[in-house]
Design a protein around this ligand. Structure first.
Ligand code: PEP
Ligand code: MN
Length: 346
C-alpha cells in the first residue's frame, strides 16, 4: 500500500501516518518526492485495511499495490531508478554502460590484459568470476579470494568498476569488500538467504534471471533485496533454457520492454550467456540496445581458445572493439548513448 501525502503535508502529519502504520503491525517507508511525500507500507502479503490511514490529516490518496512484488513495481515508483555502481557508471539513465571481461578470473596477467583491452575499447566496468557456479564439480571453480585480489589489481591499473559473482553468504561479504557490484548468478536467483544477505550489504547488485524463471519470479527475487533496505538492484536477462540446440539459451529480449513496464529497476542484457556462441553475440547485443537495455554485460577474453570457462562465447578484444563501434550507432538511433564515449571511438 502507498499513502500519497497532500502537497504541503507537514512533518507531523507524515509522522502520524508512519505511527499509524506501525500500530497496525507493518513498517512505514517514507519517500520524499519533488512535489509530495509518499509513505509505503511494507510487511504485508495481502491487501490491508486502509480506513485508519485514509482518515488521517494530510493524506491525499491511498493506492493499493495489486502485484505480489511491491517496492520494485512501477506503481510504487513511477520514475526509473538509476543505479550507480562507481563514479560515472550508472544504469537506468540515458547512458548505456558496457561491462566486459572474461567469464573467470584465471591469472593476474589474464585479468589485467583483459581489463586494459576492454577499457581501451570503451567498457566502463570489468566482469570476471572469482567464484564460479559450474554444472560439474570437476570443472574449474574459480580462484576465490585470490581472484578477487586480482580484480582489485585490475581496477587499480585501469580504473574500471568491478562486477563479480557471489555464490554464498561468506562469498558475498568478501565480494562486497573488493567489488563495486555483486553479481547474483542465474543459478542463485532464488537463493533467498543469499538475496537477503546482499540486501543487507547495501552494495549494488546485478541480479541475473534464472534459466527457468518467469519475469515475475525475477521481480520477486529483486523484492527480497529491496525489502532488506537495498534499492540498488540491476536486473539482467541472460537467456532461458529451451529445446533448441542451435544456441545455448533462448535470449528473451522481450523481457527488456516487459520489465520496463512492470518495474522502475534498470535491466541489462547478457548476449554471451544468452547465445553461447561468439558469432551470435554482436547481433544480439545490438538488438538488446535497440530494445532498450540499460546496459550490456559481455564476455571478452584475451585468448578465448585458452579460456578456462565459456571460451566458445567469449569475444576477442578485436571483436569487442567492433561491438562497441556498432553499439554506439545503434544507441544513437534510439536516442541513447553508450557510456564512456570518447574512449576508443574509431
Ligand atoms: C557468468 O556470468 O559467467 C555466469 C555464470 O552467468 P549465469 O549465472 O547467467 O549463468
Ligand atoms: Mn560465463
Amino acid at each position: 500500500m502507498l499513502v500519497v501525502m497532500a502537497q504541503g503535508a507537514t512533518d507531523k502529519e507524515i509522522e502520524r501516518v508512519c505511527e499509524t502504520i506501525r500500530s497496525m503491525g507493518y513498517t512505514p517507508l517514507p519517500m520524499p518526492g519533488a512535489q509530495r511525500t509518499t509513505v509505503g507500507l511494507i510487511g504485508n502479503d495481502r491487501r490491508v485495511d486502509s480506513t485508519r490511514v485514509e482518515e488521517l490529516p494530510g493524506v491525499a490518496q491511498v493506492i493499493h499495490v495489486s502485484n505480489p512484488y511491491k517496492q520494485v513495481s512501477r506503481e510504487w515508483r513511477p520514475d526509473p531508478t538509476v543505479v550507480t555502481i562507481a563514479p560515472g557508471v550508472s544504469f537506468g539513465g540515458d547512458e548505456v554502460p558496457v561491462i566486459a571481461g572474461p567469464c573467470s578470473v584465471e591469472s593476474e596477467e589474464q585479468i589485467v590484459e583483459a581489463a586494459r583491452a576492454v577499457k581501451a575499447a570503451g567498457a566502463v566496468a570489468l566482469r570476471g568470476g572469482a567464484f564460479k557456479p559450474r554444472s560439474s564439480p570437476y570443472s574449474f571453480q574459480g580462484l576465490g579470494r585470490k581472484g578477487l585480489e586480482m580484480l582489485a589489481l585490475a581496477k587499480r591499473e585501469t580504473g574500471l568498476a568491478i562486477v563479480t559473482e557471489a555464490m554464498d553468504d561468506e562469498g558475498a561479504n568478501l565480494v562486497a569488500e573488493h567489488a563495486d557490484c555483486i553479481q547474483i548468478g542465474a543459478r542463485n536467483m532464488q537463493n533467498y538467504s543469499l538475496l537477503k544477505t546482499v540486501g543487507r550489504l547495501k552494495k549494488p547488485v546485478l541480479l541475473k534471471r534464472g534459466m527457468a524463471a518467469t519475469i515475475e519470479d525475477l521481480l520477486l527475487s529483486a523484492e527480497y533485496v529491496l525489502s532488506e533496505g537495498n534499492p540498488h538492484v540491476i536486473l539482467c536477462e541472460r537467456g532461458l533454457r529451451s529445446f533448441d540446440t542451435n544456441s545455448r539459451n533462448l535470449f528473451d529480449l522481450t523481457a527488456i520492454p516487459v520489465v520496463h513496464g512492470m518495474s522502475h529497476l534498470p535491466i541489462v542484457a547478457d548476449p554471451s550467456h544468452g547465445t553461447g556462441r561468439r558469432d551470435k553475440v554482436i547481433p544480439m547485443a545490438r538488438a538488446a540496445v535497440a530494445a532498450g537495455a540499460d546496459g550490456i554485460i559481455v564476455e571478452v577474453h584475451p585468448h578465448p581458445e585458452q579460456a578456462m570457462s565459456d571460451g566458445a562465447q567469449s569475444l576477442t578484444p578485436e571483436l569487442f572493439g567492433d561491438l562497441m563501434r556498432q553499439l554506439r550507432r545503434v544507441a544513437d538511433a534510439v536516442d541513447r548513448q553508450i557510456a564512456g564515449v570518447g574512449a576508443g571511438v574509431a
